[in-house]
Design a protein around this ligand. Structure first.
Ligand code: FAD
Length: 495
């Protein structure tokens, strides 16, 4: 057998009259309020969040029901059209934007935004895939529960996008990735059928766990239309602290101490470089530094517990006092109120945006074993400084789970286009540094277009064969999100 991965967008041309007929049928499927061809309305859907990756599409569809999504897929299949599924379009790797060929149909799920059910005994919430993450968090809160996925983009991203990219975020340390927060899925397959896997079961060994195939598949295997999410006890007590640490190694020792002293109540442990916080303070004047001065490294720590009798503030203060004595912390402030905690988080969450406001930025999203982070940072920073003279390095992220966003801002004396032209080379340096420590070149953002070659470059032959076989069996014509995740046509699987 030969599997020819026609996952690219070059495919066979569709005759103009056939295309016009297909577009009419697609428009009819979603009704007048469910489609657009207006360039102004399409604009935010064809450019990615970083503004770097831009494509085009003849039609934006916003279906309102799962059955409409199924009909869209069937029509596209019949006419040989490709589909790009889209949520909030906050992907940082160009996963949700079409190619520049103008031949892919955009299917955005924003109108599928209903919470279908909340079950506080089963601790589950059943949702449409187009629900905003922030709305799901609010609905959980309303029901005195917690949905713990937490991202700086939560006001814009959709749960379908979170699922499709297996988003991570700040609470992975305690609750895991999106993959760990899901019990069931509903997916429209590439053949137009609807798979109803909307089960709210915590134990289910009846065959393969199919939902896990679609989680993290970045729209290349099917369109997620619904999900059954896990809910958790809402914390009764939360404490947030910002601390200056003498080194990244000291930060890791502090993390170990926090874990030891709290028995699993560390919810977040985030690394913030002084260089990055300087930019946050510059570009977001409402942000305030709670510490006396900026050091080379800071961490944001959060403890939380649903035990009403234990004050997390007291626990945090005690742990930090011990850390201070041990030389792991040089300065620290524990939040005294919810609003102060929010202001601490604003510093952390402003880092990615502040980098981009400063100038064109190239950012790696890598993970290495937590214990290797200090060595990774040293080696990668040295290699980048050697290769890109005057580069401003802003490395920050989810220290508690080993995920670092390694950002490089364009040097002042280099033109933006010259800097961005070196993107592949710079990503290569970051990637090789991560792989040297047994890491991954994509921790939480996915591969999208930006890293579509990574699997075929860095994964072994057996893993490549498995992935190509899955793609081929679920999407044999390569119609789902072409050119993403598995680079098109680079390799054929022989049997
Ligand atoms: P989109 O960007 O629209 O799509 C992402 C991918 O999923 C694309 O490949 C798309 O084709 C596919 N897709 C979307 N919806 C569906 C669907 N219903 N069915 C099938 N495929 C679909 N990510 C993290 O993991 N952790 C972070 O901490 C984090 N922080 C961020 C901070 C900022 C400021 C920004 C802008 C982004 C951040 N991200 C982070 C990246 C991004 O927000 C997340 O990956 C998010 O999960 C994407 O959701 P979305 O709805 O915007 O998806």
């Amino acid at each position: 057998m030969t599997l020819d991965m026609k996952a690219g967008v070059s495919g066979e041309q569709i005759r103009p009259d056939r295309l016009a007929e297909a577009l009419e049928r697609l428009k009819e499927t979603v009704g007048p309020s469910g489609w657009s061809t207006h360039p102004g309305l399409l604009e935010p859907h064809v450019v990615d969040w970083t503004g770097v990756m831009r494509g085009s599409s003849p039609l934006l569809l916003k279906p309102a029901r799962t059955e409409e999504v199924a009909t869209i897929v069937s029509i596209c299949r019949e006419y040989g059209l490709k589909i790009v599924p889209q949520g909030g379009n906050t992907s940082l790797v160009g996963g949700a934007v079409p190619s520049g060929k103008g031949v892919e149909i955009l299917v955005n799920l924003a109108r599928m935004n209903k919470v279908r059910a909340v079950d506080t005994i089963n601790d589950t919430m059943t949702v449409d895939a187009g629900c905003l993450l922030a709305s799901i968090q609010a609905e959980a809160e309303k029901n005195e529960r917690l949905f713990p996925l937490r991202l700086a983009s939560e006001g814009n991203c959709q749960i379908g996008g979170n699922l499709a990219s297996n988003a991570g975020g700040s609470n992975v340390l305690r609750y895991g990735n999106t993959r760990d927060l899901v019990l069931g899925l509903e997916v429209v397959l590439a053949d137009g059928r609807i798979w109803n896997g909307m089960r709210g079961l915590r134990k289910d060994n009846m065959g393969y766990d199919l939902k896990q195939l679609f989680i993290g598949s970045e729209g290349t295997l099917g369109i997620i239309t619904g999900a059954v999410l896990k809910l958790f006890a809402r914390p009764a007590s939360v404490a947030t602290a910002v601390c200056a640490v003498p080194s990244v190694k000291a930060a890791l020792d502090l993390l170990a101490l926090c874990k030891q002293r709290t028995g699993g109540q560390v919810t977040a442990f985030e690394l913030m470089p002084g260089t990055g916080l300087e930019l946050v303070l510059k570009h977001f004047p409402a942000c305030r530094l709670p510490l006396e001065r900026l050091c080379e490294w800071q961490v944001l720590i959060e403890f939380s517990s649903s035990d009403e009798t234990a004050s997390q503030q007291e626990r945090m203060t005690a742990v930090l006092a011990e850390a201070y004595e041990a030389g792991l912390v040089s300065d620290a402030v524990v939040s005294a109120s919810l609003s102060q905690s929010r202001s601490f988080w604003a510093l952390r969450e402003g880092l990615a945006e502040a980098d981009m406001m400063e100038g064109p930025t190239i950012q790696g999203d890598i993970a290495v074993p937590i214990s290797s982070i200090p060595d990774f940072l040293e080696i990668c920073s040295a290699a980048i400084s050697e290769a890109v003279k005057g580069a401003r390095i802003i490395a920050f992220g989810h220290l508690g789970d080993g995920n670092i966003h390694f950002g490089i801002i364009q040097p002042d004396d280099v033109l933006p286009e010259d800097f961005l032209a070196r993107s592949d080379e710079i990503h290569g340096i970051i990637n090789h540094s991560a792989l040297r420590f047994g890491g991954t070149v994509s921790a939480e953002h996915g591969l999208g277009t930006l890293k579509a070659g990574a699997v075929l470059k860095y994964r072994g032959e057996v893993e490549q064969d498995l992935m190509l076989a899955i793609k081929h069996s679920l999407d044999p014509s390569g119609m789902m999100n072409p050119g993403k995740v598995l680079e098109a046509g680079r390799r054929q699987l022989q049997e």
